[in-house]
Design a binder for this molecule. Structure first.
Ligand code: NA7
Length: 529
């Protein structure tokens, strides 16, 4: 295609994941001209890239669904309780086709920079395909877990065999048959893929630095009755999902669940509702002794599932609260360690020294491999935003503005960067919420904000620095005293060397109410010009 030069639109949307797709739909409904850019060859965002075996959502599919179109909800039929990646990708593709969203995007096109011009109050957006587009508004729907982290392991480029990152998986798949495979990492991507890799491979060696808590998915086909039940209650579910980040009412801060009630909640962890059952335990992330009791309960289950007691002890997470690192939902993860062809290497005992031409060398020696899978995670929440050269007022870059960690107002806008929105940005519930509902919430809010500002003939809408300061303080205050601060997690930026350690998601109550109130009060805390 020929590069866009000198074209001018109302809105540029970056990313064709769920956020970008819905934003294009809303912008067009509002009569705005819109240009989308997407680095991938198709729609779907995270579900376009993460094609590793076993990739699936970890909250039930029926809730991992948009609610803004009842027809869409009624047309689409999820096949499983936890939908696999190909099906979620098809859902994104269906939305793109059903609402004719593809023509708004240029694919295989990565946005490299967005520069604000104060004189015209417009953004110039440039891409790696030579496009240069002027836009009044820019919506960064760039994802929270979209930039794979550099594995940071010496020698990674020396290995002569195949290497794959879970977050950039080849479209044609990977044939593990008969191969010796190393998997580095034990986060969700590893825990989902290891059982399937182990089925085909000759040998699998799992290199574990930090054991993770994982709960069984008990995945199953969705019955017609379940789907019908969801559709019958659609309006109620929609209201519930839209109302806020938490489906559980906040318990009184000193409420300590115990006795039979606690036993019931603990046994609920094994009912296949995974994270939903875990976070249904009141004050789990506020009461260390309660959290430890739940940890010990889960550890005992791991000990029961893994035959070799030494391997079991290595798989048992210790030293941080359950929930403080994103817990996983798995199918047969622990049982996989009972297979003869699966070995666990505990990197706390024998750290990796280097990757070699032939394989991986730890302090215990070298092991040869045919394939190395890096399941080493993402530069979360800020990675995709900071990868672009974003310049706001006075030529200040976003990197400069966020040198001490990300600062936003409501997770939606950044002071000094007028007319630029961050979908599920740091300082919003984001990765600690149902992503689809949070995306929907944000896009609706952004769409209304643009309509409101345009209605007032405002050239700019911008977060007020003092409102931003107050919000950042509030986000920190909400996290204070919570056990989330207990682990070196990617919620804190702790997985990326040199990244400022700031707890990024907002975990306070009533976020949706708050952003709606701000809007109702004529965008309190925002300035217009
Ligand atoms: P995660 O959850 O960040 O997991 C990455 C894993 O890789 C984790 O176990 C890390 O150990 C490990 N890791 C990272 N770098 C290294 C090095 N250098 N050496 C050894 N081990 C390493 O990413 P996922 O892709 O699994 O999941 C991301 C989210 O996607 C998931 O939570 C869902 O929300 C969806 P560490 O814990 O840092 O010691």
């Amino acid at each position: 295609r020929t590069a866009l030069k000198g074209s001018s639109v109302d809105v540029v949307v970056v990313g064709a994941g769920f956020g970008g797709l819905y934003m294009v739909h809303k912008a067009r409904e509002a009569g705005l001209s819109v240009q989308g850019f997407e680095a991938g060859g198709g729609v779907g965002g995270t579900w376009y890239w993460n094609r590793y075996p076993g990739a699936r959502c970890d909250i039930p599919s029926l809730f991992y669904s948009f609610t803004w179109s009842e027809e869409l909800a009624r047309e689409w039929r999820w096949s499983e309780k936890y939908a696999p990646q190909p099906e979620i990708l098809r859902y994104a593709e269906h939305i793109a086709d059903r609402f004719d969203l593809r023509p708004a995007f240029h694919f295989n096109t990565r946005v490299e920079s967005a520069v604000f011009d104060e004189a015209t109050a417009r953004w110039t957006v440039r891409t790696d395909q030579g496009d240069e587009v002027s836009a009044r508004w820019v919506v960064m729907a760039t994802g929270c877990l979209s930039v794979p982290k550099n594995p940071d392991i010496p020698g990674a480029d020396r290995f002569k065999g195949e290497t794959h990152l879970t977050g950039l998986w080849p479209h044609e798949g990977v044939d593990f048959t008969g191969k010796r495979v190393a998997v580095i990492g034990t986060g969700s991507s590893a825990i989902q893929s290891i059982p399937l890799i182990a089925r085909d491979a000759a040998q699998v060696t799992v290199f574990q630095r930090t054991p993770n808590f994982s709960l069984p998915a008990l995945n199953s086909p969705l019955s017609d009755a379940e789907v019908d039940g969801y559709l019958e209650g659609f309006t109620g579910y929609r209201d519930m999902l839209r109302s806020g980040q938490s489906i559980f009412p906040a318990p009184p801060p000193d409420y300590r669940v115990q006795g039979e009630e606690l036993e019931t909640l603990k046994s609920g962890l094994w009912n296949g509702m995974g994270l939903m059952s875990l976070f249904a335990i009141p004050n789990l992330m506020r009461m260390p002794d309660l959290n430890e009791e739940v940890c010990e309960h889960v550890r005992d289950r791991v000990r029961q599932m893994v035959r070799d007691p030494e391997v079991a002890e290595r798989l048992v997470p210790r030293g941080y609260a359950i929930g403080a690192k994103r817990p996983c939902v798995d199918t047969d993860y622990y049982a996989t360690f009972n297979r003869d062809n699966v070995r666990l290497v505990d990197l706390r005992e024998t750290p990796i020294e280097t990757i070699t031409k032939m394989g991986v060398r730890t302090t215990a020696g070298e092991t040869p491999f045919d394939v190395i899978v890096f399941a080493t995670g993402f530069d979360a929440m800020t990675g995709a935003l900071l990868k672009m050269d974003i310049r706001g007022r006075d030529g200040r870059t976003l990197g400069e503005a966020w040198a001490e960690g990300p600062k936003t107002y409501l997770g939606l806008m950044v002071a000094g960067f007028p007319n630029l929105f961050t979908v599920t940005g740091p300082g919003s519930p984001s990765v600690l919420s149902n992503m689809i509902s949070s995306i929907e919430q944000h896009i609706d809010w952004i769409d209304n904000a643009i309509t409101w500002a345009n209605g007032r003939q405002a050239r700019t809408l911008e977060a007020d620095p003092s409102a931003q300061e107050a919000w950042v303080a509030h986000v920190n205050e909400a996290a204070e005293g919570s056990l989330y601060l207990d682990a070196a997690s990617w919620y804190m930026g702790a997985n990326v060397p040199g990244k400022p350690r700031v707890f990024m998601p907002y975990i306070g109550e009533g976020y949706k109410i708050r952003i709606d109130e701000v809007a109702a009060r004529d965008y309190e805390g925002f300035r217009t010009e």
